[in-house]
Design a protein around this ligand. Structure first.
Ligand code: ATP
Ligand code: MG
Length: 277
C-alpha cells in the first residue's frame, strides 16, 4: 500500500493536519510522505492520497489516474462552495432558508425588485455569504436595504448567497466531527464579540456532547455527501430546531483535538486503511 498526504503548493495551510496524519499513519505501520501540490512534485502512481487541499484539478487528475482520494474530488467540490452544499443537502436535512445570488458576467445594477424579494423572504437582519470564502471572512450580517444594496453591488460578480439569520445562535455554533460515517466528537464555539463563531473571529471552543438528533443529522450529511471525514456546523433556533449551516470536507482538527482530547487524526488514518482494505 502506497500513499501520500497532499497539501497546497504554496501556503502553510494544512501543514499541521499533514504532520498529524503522517504521525498517525506511522503508528499504524505505514510511512506516508507529505507532498506539495506543485507541478512536477505530485506522483500519480499512488494507491491513495489524503487530499488536504482545495485544488480540484489536481484532485480529479489524481482520481483519473486511479488514485483513491480522501475525500473525493466531488465531495471536496460540493463542500468548498456553500451554495452547492446547500443545494446538495436540500430535502435531506434542515438548513436556514437560502437564496442563490443572480449569476453575473460583469457588474450590473442592483434592481429594487431583487432587493424586495430577498428582504421579503428572509427579513432583516439577514446573512450574506460568499460561496467560497472561509474562516468567517466572507460572511456578513446585513441590517437593512441600503447595506444589502451596497454589498450586492460590491460582490455582484462574486458568487454568493442570502440566508435567514438564526438569531438564537448568534455567535455560537456546534461543530461535529464525523469519521467513516460515525460521530467522533464535537465542540461548541462561542464568540461574545461577533455573530460569527469562527475561532479566527474570536470564537472559543469547548468540548460538548452533541444530542442524539444532532448526531443522526451529522451522519446523514456525511453519507449524503460521501465524506469519509468532515466537520459539520450546526445552529439551533429558539424552538430547538437544528440547522446544518456548513460542511467542511477538510475541517481543521487542531482546535478540536485540544478541546476534546480525542485523537481525530488517528481515527481518520485508521478509517482510510479500513476503506482501502
Ligand atoms: N444563517 C446564519 N445564522 C446565524 N449565524 C450564522 C449563519 N450563517 C453563519 N453564521 C455564523 O457565521 C459563522 C461563519 O459562517 P460559515 O460557517 O457559513 O462560513 P465560514 O466559517 O466562513 O466557512 P468555513 O467554515 O469554511 O471557514 C458560523 O460559524 C456562524 O457562527
Ligand atoms: Mg464555518
Amino acid at each position: 500500500m502506497k500513499g501520500i498526504i497532499l497539501i497546497n503548493a504554496f501556503s502553510g495551510i494544512g501543514e499541521h493536519q499533514a504532520t498529524r496524519m503522517q504521525r498517525e499513519f506511522a503508528l499504524l505501520g505505514l510511512e506516508v510522505p507529505v507532498v506539495r501540490g506543485r507541478v512536477g512534485e505530485v506522483p500519480y502512481d499512488e494507491d491513495f492520497c489524503v487530499f488536504l487541499d482545495k485544488d480540484l484539478y489536481t484532485a480529479k487528475a489524481l482520481e483519473n489516474s486511479g488514485v483513491k482520494l480522501f475525500n473525493s474530488s466531488e465531495a471536496i467540490a460540493v463542500c468548498d462552495d456553500k451554495m452547492l452544499t446547500s443545494l446538495a443537502l436540500d430535502g435531506v436535512v434542515k438548513q436556514p432558508e437560502t437564496i442563490p445570488c443572480s449569476f453575473c458576467y460583469s457588474n450590473t445594477e442592483v434592481s429594487e425588485s431583487e432587493l424586495a424579494y430577498i428582504e421579503k423572504k428572509l427579513g432583516y437582519p439577514l446573512v450574506l455569504k460568499l460561496n467560497k470564502q472561509s474562516r468567517g471572512e466572507g460572511v456578513f450580517l446585513v441590517k437593512g436595504r441600503s447595506e444589502l444594496k451596497e454589498l450586492i453591488t460590491k460582490f455582484r460578480d462574486i458568487p454568493h448567497l442570502y440566508q435567514k439569520f438564526i438569531s438564537f445562535s448568534s455567535g455560537r455554533d456546534t461543530r461535529v466531527i464525523v469519521v467513516g460515517h460515525k460521530v467522533l466528537c464535537a465542540m461548541e464555539r462561542v464568540n461574545e464579540k461577533d455573530f460569527r463563531s469562527n475561532v479566527e473571529q474570536g470564537g472559543v471552543g469547548r468540548y460538548v456532547e452533541p444530542c442524539e438528533q444532532m448526531q443522526n443529522i451529522a451522519v446523514k450529511v456525511s453519507k449524503a455527501l460521501n465524506l469519509e471525514y468532515c466537520g459539520i456546523d450546526f445552529l439551533v433556533d429558539a424552538d430547538g430546531e437544528i440547522y446544518v449551516v456548513e460542511v467542511n470536507s477538510n475541517a481543521f482538527f487542531k482546535g478540536i483535538e485540544k478541546a476534546s482530547g480525542v485523537n481525530v487524526a488517528g481515527a481518520y488514518a485508521k478509517r482510510i486503511l479500513e476503506v482501502l482494505g
